[in-house]
Design a protein around this ligand. Structure first.
Ligand code: HEM
Length: 501
């Protein structure tokens, strides 16, 4: 029988052994990361607590992150670091450094590993090797000839959207965002998939996507939920799985409805890839066994999210901005009148190309309110950027919204001035001082599609209505939250009046 004394000494020995092993583990871990600490120490950044880093600064989660970034870049306007737990995040607003980072590094890193199980193969998140293959497959479905052929479809949905407001003149609208998103989603059904929008029960789809994004952001801002062991136990995961399945079945319905000729029926001499729409093309590749079915499902889900939501945010923001600054709308009216006169004909591609002032207003809106305020990259080697080194394994934040406010490139940055985008002004600025669609080969695949659709939807709406006011007095009044895309906390509400012919 063991005496109390020997039991005590054995336990002390065990405890000492665990302590030694744990300390050795910590030492080895830190020794391996010594260069990370070394290079990080040369980059300015806020105070970081041991283990937690500066997590306390993002304790408000998605609702505080915009303010957090703004404060951070006010204190460190050029290049900075921030520790979140044991992870080192580095960032810069220097266009020259951004150009190098966005050209050389295409991997988005394990920022997106939190989405694993949902969309790790889609373009927006795929690791580089897979991304290259997928982007090559999808690029032809975003060629400019195909996109330009969508003018009539965008115009049809723009008219449906415009009609919805005819009885609401003179009083404040409800949040217009769901109606705008419905419009871009309906247009997306016909342009990306060539199916009737009635396939998707729009409101149900939209609230599902909204909740999916909310849950993903909750996970991102909750350090414990980064660990699979806690995430797997969380009720949020259960809810996310259910919503994801619902969303999948929407897309599956779309795929089922699409009549795609089998490969054997294709004319081999015809370059079908330049003519087929996004989903038609993917289904065709699946029939040829070049891509698996579940990849088609995943890629189309994400394309519908990112493609329709970003445009909806920019459109809604532009409507708000027009309510804040009435002079802008006077100039847009003059431009539209010079193109259409009193006619209410649908726009042609030539008409859209003439909407230069409207395009500048949209660009200035995306400068001050970019729907995607930051993107991520990971660096797999040390990157020398002037006096700093972004060390291997650091996570790089590309702070789109903050680059757009650098006073060196944007004098009086908070002032809304569309003429910053006159060609002679734009050419004075360095590459990567304006990156709403990011930059380099991994930029936004849909930027031409987005610009065309937004010009058609806005011009159609503004030919019928004048925006008298919005629920904000200025852009500085707007407090944003980030659910993948950045939106104002108080929504988008405007007062419109019917235009007299
Ligand atoms: C209209 C406003 C839009 C804005 C401001 C915007 C912005 C962006 C940004 C910043 C990225 C991230 C790029 C990176 O990580 O470097 C991105 C990626 C992407 N966007 Fe857009 N986007 C818009 C519209 C669209 C549309 C209309 C579509 C499709 C119909 C689309 C499809 C995508 C896809 C698939 C990606 C992932 C690209 C890849 O990694 O290869 N976007 N977008």
């Amino acid at each position: 029988m063991e005496t109390f004394e020997s039991l005590f000494y054995n336990n002390v020995k065990l405890f000492a052994l665990i302590l030694v092993l744990f300390s050795a583990g910590v030492l080895i871990y830190n020794w391996r990361r010594r260069w990370l600490y070394y290079y990080a120490s040369k980059i300015p950044g806020p105070f970081a607590l041991p283990l937690l880093g500066s997590f306390h600064l993002v304790s408000e989660g998605p609702h505080g992150v915009h303010k957090f970034l703004k404060n951070l870049f006010t204190d460190y306007p050029s290049t900075l670091k921030v520790w979140l737990g044991p992870e080192l995040y580095v960032s810069t607003t220097e266009p020259e450094y951004l150009k190098l980072l966005l050209t050389r590094f295409l991997d988005k890193g394990n920022f997106y590993h939190l989405m694993t199980g949902y969309f790790q193969r889609a373009l927006a998140a795929a690791p580089v090797k897979l991304w290259k293959k997928n982007r090559k497959n999808i690029n032809p479905t975003f060629n400019i000839t195909l996109i330009n052929s969508f003018v009539d479809i965008f115009s049809k949905h723009a008219k449906v959207f415009t009609e919805k407001f005819k009885d609401g003149c003179g009083k404040e609208t409800d949040d217009i965002y769901p109606s705008v998103w419905e419009c871009t989603l309906d247009a997306g059904c016909e342009t990306l998939a060539d199916v009737s929008p009635s396939i998707i029960k729009t409101q149900q789809y939209l609230s599902g996507v909204f909740r999916i994004e909310e849950i993903l952001m909750k996970r991102f801002f909750h350090p414990l939920l980064h660990f699979d062991i806690f995430w797997n136990l969380s009720p949020l995961k259960k809810e996310l799985n259910k919503l994801w399945k619902q969303n999948c079945s929407c897309m599956q319905k779309m795929i089922d409805l699409m009549e795609v000729p089998k490969t054997t029926q294709d004319n081999d001499n015809e370059d079908v890839s330049t003519k087929k729409r996004f989903l038609t093309h993917l289904i065709d590749l699946n029939h040829k066994q070049e891509v698996p079915h579940d990849y088609v499902l995943e890629e189309s889900q994400i394309m519908f999210f990112v493609g329709t939501e970003t445009s909806a945010v920019v459109l809604s923001s532009t409507l708000l901005v027009l309510g804040m600054y009435p002079d802008l709308q006077k100039k847009i009216d003059e431009e539209l009148y010079s193109i259409f006169g009193d006619s209410d004909r649908d726009p042609s591609l030539e008409d859209v190309n003439q909407m230069q002032y409207l395009e500048r207003v949209i660009k200035e809106t995306m400068r001050l309110l970019p729907p995607i305020p930051f993107v991520m990259r990971s660096v797999d080697e040390n990157v020398h950027l002037g006096p700093y080194v972004f060390p291997k394994d650091a996570r790089v934040i590309i702070p789109i919204a903050m680059v757009h406010r650098r006073p060196e490139f944007w004098p009086d940055p908070e002032k809304f001035d569309p003429d910053r985008f006159l060609p002679e002004e734009a050419e004075k600025r360095p590459v990567c001082s304006y990156i709403p669609f990011s930059y380099g080969v991994r930029n936004c695949i849909g930027y031409k599609y987005g610009l065309l659709s937004m010009k058609i939807i806005l011009s159609t709406f503004l030919r019928s209505y004048r925006i008298k006011s919005s629920n904000y007095k200025s852009i500085q009044d707007m407090d944003l939250f980030i659910h993948v895309v950045a939106k104002p906390k108080n929504g988008y509400k405007i007062v419109i009046e019917k235009k007299q012919k």
